[in-house]
Every structure is written in structure tokens, then in C-alpha cells.
Design a protein around this ligand. Structure first.
Ligand SMILES: *[C@@H]1O[C@H](CO)[C@@H](O)[C@H](O)[C@H]1NC(C)=O
Length: 324
């Protein structure tokens, strides 16, 4: 009897230490060596109102499925085997709310070493579909981070809808408005892969959707690298207070000299905050940029190009702990 009590006691203390280091792991493996063969089935197995960081370890493979992390399932980590090895791919287009390959609606979501692809127009020239809005990832949750992830599409690849987001060492590919939305995001050390060579006319990297001057949203690209083919604008404003900053970013010669397009905001360019700071490379000829491009001084630029743009409360520390 005494030994049974002792046993239960050890068991309980073990259990509590496991939950505090949040070691829950679920395996997804197409060769049936894990708990699940689809990513969505693994997500479905996690209870609503989840409070423990739970890793879904997705083994090598192309998973042809639409995946959604619903709002009531925070603290999920999607972990792949590298952007070339673990790919979630779906062929959707048109109604962008419903057709995205991956939708992340929960707060506190992490994805790492995995690619999200919309195969309707991607890879470019892989099919005869006319270009259409075809979202690879739609990120709605707050406090979400993406580490070494790939996002592949042509038009509207990454819908950075809302919330505070951190993209580190990711690759984002597309031609038209392929990073768009109203999120408050820092993209650090990312590769922007432009495939505008396969479309008519220049493309647009960003289409930011800030609606009013008090909205905290904006896209900040810090130490990024723009590569690819065709010609492309750094962006065009989706809404009237759009805010984008490219800070210390390497730009290949595919950037059009004028840099930005005013789109529906001609005459109201003074509301926009589309800017560059210390751009480098042959596409950075800023003397020929549009006159209304925002010119930030060092202090203003530094205030945006920092973790504190997206985090004043330490949520990113939790993310880094979970990346180790
Ligand atoms: C997610 O975070 C946002 C912003 O912090 C908050 O307003 C919302 O209630 C959170 N959602 C859930 C389901 O907790």
C-alpha cells in the first residue's frame, strides 16, 4: 500500500513537470509510423481551449490538404522537416476566406521548418490556370511566429490578416500583392522571392491594409533579401494609411525605379507611410523613387525595425524557448 502511494506520487509529480515544460508531441507521418497521416487530423485531436504548448511533428512529405488551426486551439507548434521536405499544398482560388491552403486563427501559434503552398498558380508555369487570388497562408491569430517557413504562390500568397506576427528566416514567393493584409508584422532575415517574370507587367510585393493613423499595423522588413525575375514594385497601398518599411534590405535589379505605386490613393499619398531605410543593391536606386515615398530618419526607422514593434510584453520569449 505504501509503495503504491509512493508510485502515484512520483507519477503525479512527473506529470506536472511534463506539462510545465510543455512536452506534448503528436506525430504526423504519411507512412503511418506516427499517430496521424494528415495534419488536420492531428489538429482535430487537440482539445478546444488547449493551454499546453503542443508540437505537431510533421514528417517529410507533401500533404495535399487544407489545414486550419481554429481560434479555440492556441499553443500549437507545427514542426516540419525543412521547407523542401514538409509541404502543405492545396489548390484553391477565388474566395480567399475559404480557399487558403493554411489558415491560422488561434493566438500563440508557431510554425517552423515547413512550407505552405497554393498550387493553383505555383510553382509558376507548372499549369495553365490563369492568375487568380490564391492564398497559401492566412494568418489571423495574435502572437504568432514563423521560423524558417516557406510560403509559395503567385497572387496573394501570404495574407497577413491581423495580429502581431514574427517571421524569421522565411521565404515568401509570389508576383502580385503577395504579402498583404493588416497585421503588425516583423519580417527578419527573410527572402522575398519574386516570380513576376511569369505575369504581364510589373508585380507588387506588398499590399498593406492599414486603415487609419491610429492602427498599429504595418509590415517591417528587416535585413531581408529581394531576389527573383520580372519587374516588381515594393508595394501598393491596399488601404489609405498603409505602412511598410524595408530596412537594410538587399534589392536585386528587379525593383522598378519608382519603387511604389499609389493605386487607389492618388492625391492622398501624404497619408501613406511606404518607406525604405538603408536599402542595398542594384534595385535600391532611391533617387528615382516616387517623391511621396516616406522618408524616415534614423530614430523613426529604428523604432519600427525592432522586436518591440511587435512585442512589449515578452510573448516572443516564449517563442524562442520553443524553438530550441
Ligand atoms: C486573441 O488575442 C486577441 C488580441 O490579444 C484577443 O482580443 C482575443 O480575445 C484572443 N482570442 C482568444 C480566443 O483568446
Amino acid at each position: 500500500m505504501a509503495s503504491l502511494k509512493w508510485c502515484i506520487c512520483i507519477f503525479l509529480s512527473l506529470l506536472s513537470s511534463i506539462s510545465s515544460i510543455s512536452a506534448a508531441i503528436i506525430v504526423v507521418d504519411q507512412s503511418k509510423r506516427g499517430g496521424f497521416t494528415t495534419v488536420q487530423a492531428a489538429i482535430n485531436s487537440i482539445p478546444s481551449g488547449n493551454t499546453i504548448w503542443t508540437t505537431i511533428d510533421i514528417k517529410q512529405g507533401t500533404y495535399r490538404e487544407q489545414v486550419i488551426i481554429p481560434e479555440d486551439k492556441p499553443f500549437i507548434i507545427l514542426k516540419g522537416a525543412g521547407t523542401k521536405n514538409t509541404i502543405i499544398s492545396w489548390n484553391g482560388h477565388g474566395a480567399i476566406d475559404a480557399t487558403a491552403t493554411f489558415s491560422s486563427e488561434a493566438n500563440n501559434t508557431i510554425a517552423r521548418d515547413i512550407s505552405f503552398m497554393n498550387s493553383y498558380n505555383s510553382p509558376p508555369k507548372s499549369n495553365r490556370n490563369p492568375m487568380d487570388q490564391a492564398v497559401a497562408a492566412r494568418i489571423l491569430g495574435d502572437k504568432s511566429a514563423f521560423y524558417r517557413c516557406g510560403f509559395f504562390g503567385l497572387q496573394d500568397t501570404l495574407w497577413d490578416v491581423q495580429g502581431r506576427h514574427y517571421y524569421k528566416s522565411c521565404t515568401i514567393e509570389g508576383a502580385v500583392d503577395f504579402i498583404f493584409g493588416d497585421a503588425q508584422s516583423l519580417y527578419e532575415g527573410c527572402t522575398i522571392s519574386v516570380v513576376a517574370g511569369s505575369v504581364n507587367g510589373p508585380g507588387f510585393i506588398t499590399a498593406q491594409g492599414r486603415e487609419n493613423p491610429n492602427d498599429k499595423s504595418g509590415f517591417v522588413f528587416y535585413n531581408c533579401n529581394i531576389i527573383g525575375d520580372g519587374k516588381v514594385y515594393l508595394g501598393r497601398p491596399w488601404r489609405s494609411y498603409a505602412r511598410v518599411l524595408f530596412y537594410n534590405t538587399q534589392m536585386s535589379d528587379i525593383i522598378v525605379p519608382q519603387g511604389w505605386d499609389a493605386w487607389k490613393n492618388t492625391g492622398n499619398e501624404n497619408r501613406l507611410s511606404l518607406s525604405e531605410y538603408k536599402s542595398r543593391g542594384p534595385g535600391s536606386m532611391s533617387s528615382r523613387r516616387v517623391g511621396w515615398a516616406k522618408k524616415l530618419n534614423e530614430g523613426e526607422a529604428n523604432k519600427l525595425a525592432t522586436i518591440s514593434f511587435i512585442d512589449n510584453h515578452g510573448w516572443i520569449e516564449n517563442v524562442f524557448k520553443n524553438l530550441n
